[in-house]
Design a binder for this molecule. Structure first.
Ligand code: AMP
Length: 444
């Protein structure tokens, strides 16, 4: 199957060709014909599958084919959960509409609204926006939704997580009832289906990967590492493997800042990206990372959502997420568009339960390795009633509480039963911090 077979116009095909895509990705192949037929879509597709082109190309095709010769009302709206994703989708829309007479714009908060209002005034066919700023501008009568024909909800699951449901419903209340709706989501949860039921009319369901599955070519590795030695271990991983572009996830903004500082002190160029950073700082960090002028981007889950970092080989979970679905989102950033990738997680004793929950979701055991010199010496908290929502930030038990040895012994034993995947490395017995005893070159 080629892009031409999908029924897209020559001007759009030319832009696609310039991007260097040789054939449609599975999501594109499945979704584009239905979108061109005017159907509503509920598509389960991770970031990295080519979903942006999957909806942008047919929508542009439609906008061109039905364009009014004189007027340019807003006819297509893409809603995204984050500013970064909005900027990224807009960039795609611009590229794909290079050879057609379609105007696009992007709107998000955190920056001056005036230029956005001026752009809208000049007339826009397709708008990419985050919900909050869009509603602000609608209240100011800078934008009208009355002529919208196509609504696209990108990363709908994250929009739910971020509490945008009310904003989305409000925006929709200003639109014509008769319109085409396209909903894209990395996961196909019950909540998403419920949201979809309220928006979509007889949608075609498009799934390109099994529910909550991760990109096929991603390998998963867990290293059991003492909580207090994670930074040291991360530096070692990056230096020993000479990694050039690494995305690291931390659970908190504070944790992201702290790790970034330590990496820089260790001579590894890094930047943090999270909600407390200004829009300018976030954009700059991402740009520097993409251009390889920094090696490491340290991100929190929300900030990293949907970032388009092509062919990213390494993702490190400095801490495991406390919601297992976030693991799937995180590692969606590696092994992108068919490329191989590796997801590494540093797991201390108190996170083992989160690993279990992730393994349950993935329906696979993750290869787990205890690293000599970095073994967990911290105490696992008493087993609690498992709920994926609870934060494990609330640390229970001190690092030297009396029953720690017994608990730890059970955990490391089960992990050690599996074969370590770095056979070459037989470090001398651990000597305290382990740095000198650890062999050179290979991972860890
Ligand atoms: P997305 O999932 O939309 O974020 O796209 C992920 C990456 O895949 C982006 O860098 C796109 O430029 C790229 N991409 C999209 N469609 C194709 C295609 N048909 N062939 C190769 N790469 C693609």
């Amino acid at each position: 199957m080629t892009f031409k077979d999908l029924g897209l116009s020559d001007a759009i095909l030319k832009a696609v060709e310039e991007k260097g895509y040789t054939k449609p990705s599975p999501i594109q192949e499945k979704a584009i014909p239905h979108i061109l037929n005017g159907k509503d879509i509920l598509a389960s597709a991770q970031t990295g599958t080519g979903k942006t082109a999957g909806f942008t190309l047919p929508v542009l095709n439609y906008l061109v084919a039905t364009k009014h010769p004189k007027y340019r009302p807003l006819r297509a709206l893409v809603l995204t959960p984050t500013r970064e994703l909005a900027a990224q989708v807009y960039e795609n829309v611009r590229e794909y509409s290079k050879y057609v007479n379609i105007k696009s714009a992007v709107i998000f908060g955190g920056v001056n609204a005036k230029p956005q209002i001026a752009t809208l005034k000049r007339g826009v066919d397709i708008l990419v926006a985050t919900p909050g700023r869009l509603l602000d501008l609608h209240d100011q009568k800078a934008v009208s939704f009355k002529r919208i024909d196509v609504l696209i909800l990108d990363e709908a699951d994250r929009m739910l997580d971020m509490g945008f449901v009310r904003d989305i419903n409000k925006i929709m209340s200003f639109m014509p009832v008769k319109r085409q709706n396209l909903m894209f989501s990395a996961t196909f949860s019950k909540d998403i289906k419920q949201l979809a039921a309220g928006i979509l009319r007889n949608p075609v369901e498009v799934e390109t990967a099994p529910q909550n599955s991760t990109a096929k070519k991603v390998t998963h590795n867990v290293y059991q590492v003492d909580k207090g030695k994670k930074t040291e271990f991360t530096i070692k991983l990056i230096k020993d493997n000479n990694w050039k572009q690494v995305l690291i996830f931390t659970r908190t903004k504070h944790g992201a800042n702290k790790l970034t500082k330590k990496l820089i002190q260790a001579g590894i160029s890094s930047a943090a990206i999270h909600g407390n950073k200004s829009q300018g700082a976030r954009t700059k960090a991402l740009q520097n990372f993409k251009e390889n002028s920094i090696k490491v981007l340290v991100a929190t889950d929300i900030a990293a959502r949907g970032l388009d970092i092509p062919l990213l080989p390494n993702v490190i979970n400095f801490e495991l997420p406390n919601v297992p679905e976030d693991y799937v989102h995180r590692i969606g950033r590696t092994g992108r568009a068919g490329a191989a990738g590796e997801a590494i997680s540093l797991v201390c004793s108190e996170e083992t339960e989160y690993q279990n929950e992730i393994e349950k979701l993935l329906k696979q055991k993750i290869k787990t390795t205890v690293v000599k010199g970095f073994e967990p010496t911290d105490t696992a908290p008493p087993k609690r009633a498992a709920t994926s929502k609870k934060s494990f930030g609330k640390k229970k038990g001190g690092s030297n509480s009396g029953n720690s040895n017994k608990k730890r012994a059970t955990e490391t034993t089960s992990a050690q039963k599996r074969k370590p995947h770095f056979k070459e490395n037989k470090p001398k017995p651990a000597t305290g911090r382990g740095r000198s005893g650890a062999p050179k070159k290979k991972r860890y």
